[in-house]
Structures are given as structure tokens and as C-alpha cells.
Design a protein around this ligand. Structure first.
Ligand SMILES: C[S@@+](CC[C@H](N)C(=O)[O-])C[C@H]1O[C@@H](n2cnc3c(N)ncnc32)[C@H](O)[C@@H]1O
Length: 272
């Protein structure tokens, strides 16, 4: 992936993404749809559809007219296309900051766990607003990666304490501080704006089930582990294992995961 200013997300292998995050984002999808709203006959856009967790859940929630998924990563687009059996769903490669659609093409736009990886997230939200008709909705979710995502904080905080992060990533990323999404939605002129939090649980069968997906190269955990030499990876693994086990025998553990979600309606009057 070339990824200059358009994305910071490390996407190489869709099956690896499914193990690392897709299995969890599928759980989040129905909550986001319920919050964002959906009606029979809607034309829906899924921005940053990845391997299709939200795209494939939308038609199960209402008899939609169409779902269009776009993603920057061709590998994810190919994967989700290969799994699609619904003629109402179309998936293509595109940049959230330059959506290849006419104004007012959709009734709703959704984006799940994407905006924090787009340096110019304002432009991505503006694009969603542009392609949704007046009266339609723009809904997005980002992980509360500072306060609500222990499964990755265990990894990144331990690496930081051990001095292993060559370039520690900021704990706050775009739009994931409280109220930040709603402030942007309002600034862009959307109305009836509401921000909430959505909770799922991530259940792991064992430490290996928790750890192995991080070693597959996808997303920020993949980037972090990929930057370490073998010795440092083993050092980190040993310490994170202790956090996971928490003085009990290896086995199942359950972690809360909280996403911020924001919904707004595209105003009827001309946009600012
Ligand atoms: C954490 S994944 C979320 C994928 C999916 N929405 C889900 O919930 O499983 C982030 C996704 O955003 C996509 N992405 C990042 N920057 C993008 C951009 N500028 N335009 C389109 N997609 C982008 C990545 O390729 C990746 O698929």
C-alpha cells in the first residue's frame, strides 16, 4: 500500500485482518446499524468496508435497495468481493477522501473503525456528507483506543514500558477523544447530531488465540511487532502473557471494547 497522507492503516492480508479484528467488528456492526438507523429501500454507503463486517450485516438489518462498500486496500476489496453473494452489494477500491460518487447518491453513509486511520478525517466526513442526500444520515464509529480498548493497550503500553516502541503511536488518534466526533459533525453543518458509546466484548480462548493474530502483520499491532527483532518480540510476548494470564492458568479471557459512535443528519439548507 502506498499510503501517503490518505491512510495510516497497514493492510496486507485480509484473512489475517479477519483474525485480528474482523471477528470483533462483526459484533460491533449490528450495534452501529441500530444507532445509525436503517430503513427498507435505503441506498447505503460503507466507507472503509475492509473485509465486509458492516457491509454484509446491513442487508440483514433491513431490506435495503443497495449497499456500496469502498476501501483503500485492494486486498480487502478482493476478499470481500469474493465472499459476496448478494446482488444488492457492490464493493470497489476508493479513497474515503475522494469518494467517486455524485452528490446526494445515498440515503445513509456509515464508516466503522476507519476515521482514526485517515490523517485528514475531516475531509473523509465531508465526503460522506456530500454524497448523502439532505435528510439522510452520516454515522461513524472509532474505537475509544485510549480508554476503552484494553486488548491493544496491554500490547502497546507494555512495549512502551519496555522501551520497545521505536516510534510510539499517540494514544489519542483522530476523533477518538470524548465528544470529538460530534464537534466535527456539527462544525460541518450536520443537524440532530448525537454521540454515544457502543460496547462489545472480545472473548479469547487462550493466550495464543489472543496473541497469534498480532503476529500476522495487520493494523497497528502488526506494525508494532513487525518493527521488533526476534528477541524483543519474545520479551514483549512474555510480559503481555503475564498481563493476559493475570495469575490464573491459561484459558479463556473476556475484554470489554468500547467504540465512540456519532450520527448526524445532512441539513436541508446549503452546506457551509
Ligand atoms: C480497522 S479497519 C476497519 C474495516 C471494517 N470497517 C471493519 O470494521 O472491520 C480500517 C479500514 O479502513 C480502511 N481505510 C483506511 N484509510 C482509508 C481511506 N483513506 N479510504 C478508504 N479506506 C481506508 C483500511 O483499508 C481498512 O480496511
Amino acid at each position: 500500500m502506498s499510503g501517503t497522507a490518505t491512510t495510516t492503516f497497514n493492510a496486507q492480508n485480509a484473512s489475517a485482518y479477519e483474525q485480528m479484528m474482523g471477528r470483533w467488528s462483526r459484533r460491533l456492526a449490528p450495534h452501529l446499524i441500530r444507532f445509525g438507523g436503517l430503513a427498507d429501500g435505503d441506498r447505503v454507503l460503507d466507507v472503509g468496508c475492509g473485509t465486509g463486517s458492516l457491509t454484509f450485516t446491513l442487508p440483514a438489518a433491513a431490506n435495503v435497495a443497495s449497499v456500496t462498500g469502498i476501501d483503500y486496500a485492494q486486498a480487502y476489496v478482493d476478499f470481500s468481493r469474493s465472499r459476496n453473494t448478494d446482488p444488492r452489494i457492490a464493493i470497489r477500491q476508493a479513497d474515503a477522501c475522494a469518494l467517486p460518487f455524485e452528490d446526494n447518491s445515498f440515503d445513509r453513509a456509515f464508516s466503522m473503525l476507519v476515521l482514526q486511520f485517515i490523517p485528514d478525517s475531516r475531509s473523509a466526513v465531508q465526503q460522506m456528507q456530500r454524497v448523502v442526500r439532505p435528510g439522510g444520515t452520516v454515522t461513524a464509529a472509532v474505537w475509544d483506543s485510549f480508554g476503552g480498548l484494553p486488548f491493544t493497550r496491554m500490547l502497546s503500553d507494555t512495549a512502551r514500558i519496555l522501551g520497545l516502541n521505536a516510534k510510539p503511536r499517540p494514544l489519542f488518534r483522530g476523533l477518538d477523544a470524548p465528544g470529538e466526533m460530534a464537534a466535527l459533525w456539527r462544525e460541518l453543518g450536520m443537524v440532530d447530531v448525537e454521540q454515544t458509546e457502543l460496547l462489545i466484548r472480545m472473548e479469547f480462548a487462550s493466550f495464543d488465540d489472543y496473541w497469534h493474530p498480532f503476529t500476522l502483520g495487520e493494523g497497528p499491532p502488526g506494525q508494532l511487532l513487525g518493527s521488533l527483532n526476534e528477541d524483543d518480540r519474545e520479551l514483549l510476548k512474555g510480559h503481555v502473557r503475564q498481563s493476559y494470564l493475570a495469575n490464573r492458568p491459561d484459558g479463556p479471557r473476556s475484554f470489554a471494547a468500547i467504540a465512540w459512535a456519532c450520527r448526524g443528519t445532512v441539513a436541508e439548507e446549503p452546506r457551509p
